[in-house]
Design a binder for this molecule. Structure first.
Ligand code: UT7
Length: 331
């Protein structure tokens, strides 16, 4: 009997309507479109507006669209893995909230937090339940409402991040297609270079933490950049080498969208030509857990069954990793 792989069988995405342009940011902080474009490649990002709107608000239309595309009902989902750093609430899990909102009454689920690498960690984790035969339909959601933890007076972070959510369905495949390999890494020594200082058990919310603006994302950009630029490129190259893949074998590189310069470095290191590198950072900025599934969603129609894809990410924590998969369907 041939090995069962976990294959992506449907993808979808959702971004909010409100477009926050570089020009609008120029009216909020000391910055300019030329600086943002040349340093990051970002032109605009989406923001989820409205009272009481959490990350699950974006996941609902994303997942409902996926179910429609795949022609299945929410009751058929076995497991929901919700990858996010901006859960609706600290607890219960946003996976639970989403399951309730979409009517996934037979699913169990949990949230997974690995910063910007979360969606890759989620895919690799979800794949285990498929490969073991435990489940046949695992939904991996990656999304963040980054605007809920961004200080729009801090030009070091507010120009980068945006809101958005994507999702992928994993199902068993016996044709040799799906997730073939993954390399995932963490290094806690970088924890304080990109993090939210307060709100956890070390420093619970207080008047002082709010006054000090410690509930916003804090980043030492240059230091993070140095780690990201080497590690994301190296791990993508490592997964290719260990599977005897050259750049010619790769149809698409799907990188986390943190900074165009980091994406270019990964493409150069792996030798993958620019026409095969998926980039939408210009329109969405860094949506953290949303970047990779949003790329898959937007490029889905170009993928062909059997295409070799390399997914790569780097995020706070630090976390980083790469997945090699064979695309399993023509859309
Ligand atoms: O997704 C998770 C992982 N995160 C990342 O991968 C992000 C990694 N880091 C980065 O992408 C980059 O470090 C940033 C985009 C955040 C910053 O770019 P940079 O090239 O590292 O800029 P910098 O912080 O070294 O600042 C260069 C200059 C400074 O001015 P001086 O000291 O040279 O006069 C900054 O004060 O640019 C200034 N600056 C800005 N100017 C206009 C910093 N932010 C801005 C801004 N607009 N928004």
């Amino acid at each position: 009997m041939s090995k069962i792989h976990a294959a992506i069988t449907a993808v979808n995405g959702y971004v909010p309507d409100y477009v926050l342009t570089n020009h609008e940011l120029e009216t909020m902080v000391e910055t300019n479109d030329e600086w943002i474009m040349s340093r990051t490649g970002i032109k605009e990002r989406r923001i989820l507006k409205g009272e009481g709107m959490g990350t699950s608000e974006m996941a609902v239309p994303a997942v409902e669209g996926l179910l429609k595309k795949r022609g299945i009902s929410a009751e058929e989902i076995d497991l929901i893995i919700f990858c996010t750093v901006t859960p609706d609430l600290t607890f219960p899990a946003t996976a639970n909230i989403l399951a309730h909102k979409i009517g996934a009454t037979n699913a169990w689920g949990y949230d997974l937090q690995a910063a910007c690498s979360g969606f890759l960690f989620g895919l690799a984790t979800g794949a285990q339940f498929i490969e073991s035969g435990k489940h046949t339909k695992v939904l991996v959601v990656g999304g963040d409402k980054m605007s809920s933890i961004i200080n729009y007076e801090d030009r070091a972070t507010c120009i980068i991040f945006g809101d958005g959510c994507g999702c992928a369905l994993l199902e068993p495949n016996d044709e040799g297609l799906g997730i073939m390999d993954s390399i995932l890494k963490t290094d806690g020594s970088g924890a304080q270079l990109l993090y939210q200082k307060a709100g956890g058990s070390v420093r619970p919310a207080s008047h002082e933490t709010v006054d000090n603006k410690e509930h916003y994302a804090y980043q030492e950009g240059q230091a993070v950049f140095k780690f990201a630029v080497t590690n994301m490129a190296d791990v993508a190259a490592e997964v290719m080498e260990r599977n005897n893949l050259t750049a010619d074998d790769i149809a698409w590189l799907v990188p986390h969208q943190a900074n165009k310069r980091i994406i270019d470095a990964t493409a150069n290191r792996t030798g993958i030509s620019a026409d095969k590198v998926i980039i939408n950072i210009e329109r969405y900025g860094n949506t953290t857990n949303g970047t990779i599934p949003l790329c898959l969603w937007e490029w889905e129609s170009k993928f062909k069954k059997g295409d070799n894809l390399i997914l790569a990410a780097f995020g706070g924590g630090f976390t980083w990793g790469s997945i090699y998969l064979k695309w399993a369907y023509n859309s």
